[in-house]
Write a protein that binds this ligand. Structure first.
Ligand SMILES: O=C(O)CCC(=O)C(=O)O
Length: 298
């Protein structure tokens, strides 16, 4: 790892990291948790898997892990407010940050699940904004062998490009949405040690391969936006203010869970799901949720 590819004391990106993010549309290897903390976090996630194997309120745990878990699982909401992650996101987006989505991307050892080349914001109803970034935190060793992400440097300078919905069974994206004709010769892997994260732009082309390692590959993706994102867009969406202020109130600001799977939080979860699916489905060939939650852990 290059010498300046480390956290500054405040957690902000270094000038080199920020420059790389702006030029390439992603930056990798940013340390946010020490090894002790990351192993405690992994164990908290795995404890939840053991204690809630039947899910909650009629939905599987995979559903909550994959879609908006921060609404009903306090640990995920707390992670979205981690100081070091926010410092880095602030370097990219400025002082006012909302967490729009928190998701776990888990590939079991030997899993053939992949993620096809895509841009994140294609179906998110946010237009082509630059005011969004994904912090993707490794909670296990996310090596090339384990199926780390790959990125096409500079691809975020494209607008939103066409995606084909393949509905491929081995794809972790529910539509198997895929950008055709990617030239992979420039693709760069973004392997992460446990406790490191990458940041990527919502228009940066990215993908990931199968997990050919003997350990689980666990990634936490937190999508941050600014108050400005909804400016001029129809309707409102939900997000949790995690730093600064939201004077524009274009988002419906949510407070975060009252406890683990409480009744009011579960009701809000269902409400958000209904409202977001209406948005996300726009432009799809079939009316489906963004992610297939039924087969993510196989
Ligand atoms: O975990 C992966 O392999 C893909 C994650 C991804 O596409 C994302 O976070 O935007």
């Amino acid at each position: 790892m290059p010498k300046d590819n480390t956290m500054t004391a405040s957690g902000s990106l270094t000038a080199t990291q920020l420059e790389q993010y702006q030029k390439d549309g992603f930056v990798s290897g940013v340390r946010v948790f020490d090894s002790q903390t990351v192993s405690e976090l992994r164990s908290a996630i795995e404890t939840l898997e053991a204690t809630h194997s039947g899910g909650a309120d009629g939905s599987s745990l995979a559903q909550y892990f994959r879609v908006n878990g921060h609404i009903v699982i306090p640990l995920l909401a707390k992670l979205a407010a981690t100081t070091a992650i926010l410092d880095a996101a602030q370097s990219v987006l400025g002082d006012n940050l909302l967490a729009w989505s928190v998701e776990l991307f888990i590939k079991e050892p030997g899993s053939d699940k992949t993620v096809s080349w895509h841009q994140d914001i294609t179906y998110w109803g946010m237009g082509e904004t630059n005011d969004e970034v994904t912090a993707w935190v490794a909670l296990s060793d996310v090596s090339v062998e384990a199926g780390c992400m790959r990125f096409i440097p500079g691809s975020h300078t494209n607008g939103i490009v066409g995606h084909t919905d393949t509905f491929s069974a081995s794809n972790l994206l529910s539509r198997g949405q895929e950008i055709d004709g990617i030239d992979e010769s420039n693709a760069r892997h973004g392997p992460l040690r446990p406790g490191e994260m990458s940041l990527h732009h919502g228009r940066c082309f990215h993908a990931s391969g199968p997990n050919q390692s003997t350990d689980r590959r666990i990634g936490l993706a937190i999508r941050y936006v600014t108050p400005e994102v909804r400016d001029g867009l129809p309707g409102r969406d939900y997000a949790m203010l995690v730093r600064g202020v939201d004077e524009l109130q274009g988002w419906i600001n949510i407070a975060g869970p009252q406890g683990l799977f409480t009744a009011p939080d579960l009701a809000l979860y269902q409400q958000i799901l209904r409202d977001q699916e209406a948005n996300l489905s726009e432009g799809a060939e079939q009316n489906v949720a963004l992610y297939d939650t039924g087969r993510i852990n196989t």
